[in-house]
Design a protein around this ligand. Structure first.
Ligand code: ADP
Length: 320
């Protein structure tokens, strides 16, 4: 499964993750250098499960940028759409792991290379050859990467790709909450498939209730599938003709970084060769079970990319 190409657009960076939970990076006895960035995590989630993925974005022409390009290569992700910026450095994230396994971030983005991708630098042939174009996270915040994002998205759509959107809200990176909401909702109607977390649903609807009504207030007529992830509780799904939920898999979470990316990547790899799956509830539930297992596994190890499962890891969890 997963022979069609999935193109994932956005940022790739390095997470500095403390070796212990419950303290800030500054107080930790040590740290790991974990490659991450939501769209890059999604691309690697896909290839680790046997699918085909390309990452499109910009890295610094520095030791971190070349380390990240090497990680894409090691993981069999195409880097044909990666540019290197001569001036700016690669983005960095400094992570605090809270005692409950949730994480907090501080970023080096001053500006970082990922923010400097220009529309004319896009590898359009690569982008147009994808069956699915996935995007999200922070490339909408500033120019020129905002224009690059728009162009890539529009070209992919014109070429017939399914558009998959995960806003991956990192509020501290935005100039204001209002601007974040406005920007995220401004591209909402273009997506065919959207995944939000329960926190993002709250943020975007302004309602503290996570229920069908608040989810459906985000529905748009061209949307094929809306997914709301609920952490350990699994996810809710909404399609034109059906809705429901899939339970999470109980695991001992040590670091939830990358769980959502693992969830999305595994979902995409399962649907890329037959996009009609998302309109067939029985088939979709099987896929979402698989995606919840992937998300759960990813929380059991530190970091994002190092924690992404391969197919046999998932089968083991599904067997129970
Ligand atoms: P995000 O990382 O986008 O906030 P979630 O934290 O909701 O997304 O995680 C995505 C998916 O990963 C969930 O739908 C669930 O299936 C799985 N998952 C996340 N956290 C846990 C957990 N603590 N235990 C089991 N599964 C989890």
């Amino acid at each position: 499964a997963g022979q069609g190409l999935i193109v994932s657009f956005g940022e790739m960076l390095i997470d500095f993750v403390p070796t212990v939970s419950g303290v800030s990076l500054a107080e930790a006895p040590g740290f790991l250098k974990a490659p991450g960035g939501a769209p890059a995590n999604v691309a690697i989630a896909i290839t680790r499960l046997g699918g085909k993925a390309a990452f499109v974005g910009k890295l610094g022409d520095d030791e971190f940028g070349h380390m990240l390009a090497g990680i894409l290569k090691e993981n069999k992700v195409s880097a044909e759409g990666v540019n290197f910026d001569k001036g700016a450095r690669t983005a960095l994230a400094f992570v605090t792991l809270r005692a409950d396994g949730e994480r907090e971030f501080m970023f080096y983005r001053n500006p970082s290379a990922d923010m400097l991708l220009k529309p004319e630098e896009l590898n359009l042939n690569l982008i147009k050859s994808g069956k699915i174009f996935h995007y999200g996270s922070i490339s909408l915040i500033v120019e020129p990467c905002r224009s690059a994002h728009m162009k890539a998205m529009d070209e992919a759509k014109k070429a017939g790709a399914l558009l998959s959107y995960d806003p991956n809200l990192r509020l501290p990176l935005w100039p204001s909450a209002e601007y974040a909401k406005e920007q995220i909702l401004s591209i909402w109607n273009k997506a065919d498939l959207i995944k939000v977390s329960d926190n993002e649903l709250e943020f975007l609807t302004g309602s503290s209730k996570i229920d069908d009504e608040s989810a459906m207030s985000l529905w748009h007529p061209n949307l094929k599938l809306l997914l709301v992830t609920l952490g350990e509780k699994g996810c809710r799904y909404y399609a034109k003709n059906f809705k429901g939920s899939v339970d999470g898999f109980p695991v001992k979470a040590v670091d939830t970084t990358g769980a959502g990316d693992s969830f999305v990547g595994s979902l995409l790899v399962k649907i890329v060769d037959d996009l009609s799956i998302i309109q067939d509830e029985a088939k979709l539930r099987e896929v979402l079970k698989y995606a919840c297992a992937c998300g759960a596994i990813t929380t059991t190890k530190k970091g994002a990319i190092p924690a992404l499962p391969n197919h046999s890891d998932v089968l083991e969890v599904l067997k129970g």
